[in-house]
Structures are given as structure tokens and as C-alpha cells.
Design a protein around this ligand. Structure first.
Ligand SMILES: NCc1[nH]cc(CCC(=O)O)c1CC(=O)O
Length: 311
């Protein structure tokens, strides 16, 4: 293929790092690639994500892809709205990074070592709700900006700690600054956290096949499919207090033979903002159904049906 694939990305250090790994993998498979930086409204505004809405980081990239300015778009999967875009196809979900959230605190502190009243920065209602639920008396304060800005508020002494996705910190080569990786039983990550979504145009079969065969990881795809089906069925947006994490696990069938199954855990808030947790396992090929079933269970338990960014 003499064609050059134009890979679109946001211009942040994190987005460029993510896109770099995709570009390198495609090059190693013999493709010619070019990286095109697309400015998004999310990069130009300092307003809280909960105000500017879902899709601020992704819709400009998707439009550029649909109208032929680029041939491939690389997104942080968790930033994509759950509604499908019929112009595009998800060509690959590359092997997922560690999906967990991470604490960066002053003086190497862990969550349990932070005294009541300590200030912890996060702009995420999901992280805030789960931090509150620990009952540590933490003072949770709003926070926005890129990874560098957020960690900078700990370094400057403005905050005692911040909570961020481990994957984002690691992709920037700064995992050494993490003081604690938070266990999912305390802090379930955002659906699809740590995963990338690599999209191309629905009619660009050559690009789709190349990207799929080079980059797609079926276990990562199954896990994020279940997590996002749960999110979609709760009608929540990326800013709502909903967490989910699926893993491929070994199980034994009726004859004692090892089979691989998908294990999904979820958390969602009630209208009173109490947290509900539930777990289920299902067939690897039934990831969507598993996500929907767990959402139904959470709704039965009293989870709020969420309406998106203002939730
Ligand atoms: N909402 C912002 C965002 N979107 C993707 C990542 C990086 C982690 C990932 O790729 O899932 C981050 C930063 C964060 O949540 O700390």
C-alpha cells in the first residue's frame, strides 16, 4: 500500500504520546503514516468538563475523520460518547494499559495516610463520590487541566493530593510520581479508562483491516465493550458517577475444563448520591449483554438514571 495514512490526534502531550504508539505499530507493519494535530474546543476552554459536555475532546476529531481530513483518529476511549457514530468504525482497541486510578500525594503519602481535611483535587464526579464514600474526611476540590498542571498543584503545595488515571501518568513517563495505585474495590475506574479507540471511516475497508490486524486486542475490546454497555444502559455520560471494570478471568466449566470468562464490576450513584456496587461474570462473546445486565441490576438496586454531563 503506497497510500499514507493520516492519523489525527489532539495536540496534548498525552494525546501525542498515545498517537505515537499507534503510529509506530502501523509503521512496523509497513504502513506509511503522517500525524495531523486537530484542535478541539476541549483544548481551548478551561471550564469544568461537567459544564462543557461529553465529546468536547472527540467530536472535532470525528468530524475531521468523517470529512476526509484524516484517515485514522486516536481517542482516549473513555472520552468517547456512548452513542455510535454511523460514519465511523472502531477499527481497533489496542492492548489496554493499567485501567486503575492513581494518587499523587505530597511526601509520598497514601490515601490512608492523608489526615481528615486534606485537600484532594479531582474534577470527576465518579472519583469524588468514591473518595467521599471512604469516609476519610477528605476535602475534595475541583480540578481541571492536563496531567502536568494537575500534578503541579501538589508540587506547589496548593493541594495535598490529586487522583488521576494511572494510564495517563504512565504514558507520559511519570509513573514514578504515583504514591498509590487505587484498588478497584475502593475506586472503580471510568468505563474504558486506560484503553484507546482507533477509528477510521466506515467505508475505508483497507485501513480498517490494516489497523484491526495490527493493533486490535480482543480481550481489551471485550472488557471495554462490557463496561461501556453498562454505562450506556445507565444513560450516563463520562462525567457521571459511574465506574466499571471488566477483566478476562479463568474459570472452570461443568467438566472441569478451563474456560475464559468476562468478570465485570460496576458502581453507580443513587439519586441521594449513595453508591451502589454490583458484579457479574459472563461469556466473553456476550460482553454487551453482560454490561446491560449489570446496569439492570444496579437500576433494580436503585441507581439513578443519569442524563449526562450535568449529572
Ligand atoms: N478525562 C480526561 C482523560 N481522558 C483520558 C485520560 C487518560 C487515561 C486514559 O487514557 O483512560 C484522562 C486523564 C485522567 O482521567 O486522568
Amino acid at each position: 500500500m503506497t497510500r499514507t495514512l493520516r492519523i489525527g490526534t489532539r495536540g496534548s502531550a498525552l494525546a501525542l504520546a498515545q498517537t505515537g504508539t499507534v503510529a509506530e505499530a502501523l509503521k512496523a507493519a509497513g504502513a506509511q503514516v503522517e500525524i495531523v494535530v486537530i484542535k478541539t474546543p476541549g483544548d481551548l476552554s478551561d471550564a469544568p468538563i461537567a459544564q462543557i459536555g461529553i465529546g468536547v475532546f472527540t467530536s472535532a476529531l470525528r468530524d475531521a475523520l468523517a470529512n476526509g481530513e484524516i484517515d485514522v483518529a486516536v481517542h482516549s476511549y473513555k472520552d468517547l460518547p456512548t452513542a455510535p457514530d454511523s460514519r465511523l468504525v472502531l477499527a481497533a482497541v489496542p492492548q489496554r494499559e493499567d485501567p486503575r486510578d492513581a494518587l499523587v500525594a505530597r511526601d509520598g503519602l497514601t490515601l490512608g495516610e492523608l489526615l481528615p481535611g486534606s485537600t484532594v483535587g479531582t474534577g470527576s464526579p465518579r472519583r469524588a463520590a468514591q473518595l467521599e464514600a471512604l469516609g476519610l474526611g477528605l476535602n475534595i476540590v475541583p480540578l481541571r487541566g492536563n496531567v502536568d498542571t494537575r500534578i503541579g498543584k501538589v508540587r506547589s503545595g496548593e493541594l495535598d493530593a490529586v487522583v488521576l488515571a494511572r494510564a495517563g501518568i504512565a504514558r507520559l513517563g511519570r509513573a514514578g510520581e504515583i504514591t498509590e495505585t487505587l484498588e478497584p474495590i475502593q475506586m472503580l475506574p471510568a468505563p474504558a479508562q486506560g484503553a484507546l479507540a482507533v477509528e477510521c471511516r466506515v467505508d475505508d475497508v483497507d485501513a480498517e483491516h490494516l489497523i484491526q490486524s495490527t493493533l486490535d486486542d480482543s480481550a481489551s475490546r471485550a472488557a471495554v465493550t462490557a463496561e461501556r454497555a453498562m454505562l450506556a444502559a445507565l444513560e450516563a455520560g463520562c462525567s457521571a458517577p459511574v465506574g466499571a471494570l471488566a477483566d478476562v478471568v479463568e474459570d472452570l466449566d461443568d467438566e472441569g475444563k478451563v474456560v475464559y470468562r468476562l468478570s465485570l464490576r460496576g458502581v453507580a450513584a443513587t439519586p441521594e448520591n449513595d453508591l451502589l456496587r454490583a458484579s457479574a461474570t459472563g461469556d466473553l462473546t456476550e460482553a454487551e449483554g453482560l454490561g446491560r445486565a449489570l446496569a439492570a441490576e444496579l437500576l433494580d438496586l436503585g441507581a439513578a438514571v443519569l442524563s449526562g454531563p450535568e449529572a
